[in-house]
Design a protein around this ligand. Structure first.
Ligand SMILES: [Cu+2]
Length: 136
């Protein structure tokens, strides 16, 4: 009984720590290829080039929206989870192939952290977030 209680206590202590840890990791391995997310009936795919994705370098952001043709342009905003790094928005314009592309720069974080978030606003599907690591 005592062991059970101690075990339960350990689980109760570790569980929030595990959630905090898992929430800090990237959900997109951008250097391995594009990342797809489902948003309602649509699939929204983000790719960033050139790879490896590096801070302080001009990057091309490309978004494909499968299952809809929502807007002539989209906004992508770049941020760091849990840290204010200033406003950083990239206008993505639709090209002839139906892909939204735009250029932007990810600043280098003075703390050395590498986890960034790209949030794409797709009218009718809300905000789609991707978290990924950059090279500093
Ligand atoms: Cu930062």
């Amino acid at each position: 009984m005592k062991k059970f209680v101690i075990g339960l206590l350990i689980i109760l202590i570790l569980l929030p720590a595990f959630y905090a840890w898992s929430a800090q990791g990237p959900d997109c391995s951008i250097n391995l290829g594009p990342c797809a997310k489902t948003a309602g009936t649509r699939e929204v795919i983000l790719d960033i080039s050139p790879k490896p994705v590096t801070s302080m370098k001009e990057l091309t952001f490309a978004v494909s929206v499968i299952g809809g043709n929502p807007a002539p342009s989209l906004f992508l905003s770049l941020s760091m989870p849990g840290m204010y790094m200033g406003r950083n928005e990239v206008l993505l314009k639709k090209n002839q192939a139906g892909k939204y592309t735009g250029k932007g720069v990810i600043p280098r974080c003075p703390s050395g952290r590498r986890l960034w978030q790209a949030e794409v606003d797709v009218p009718g599907s809300g905000s789609i977030r991707y978290t990924f690591n950059v090279e500093n």
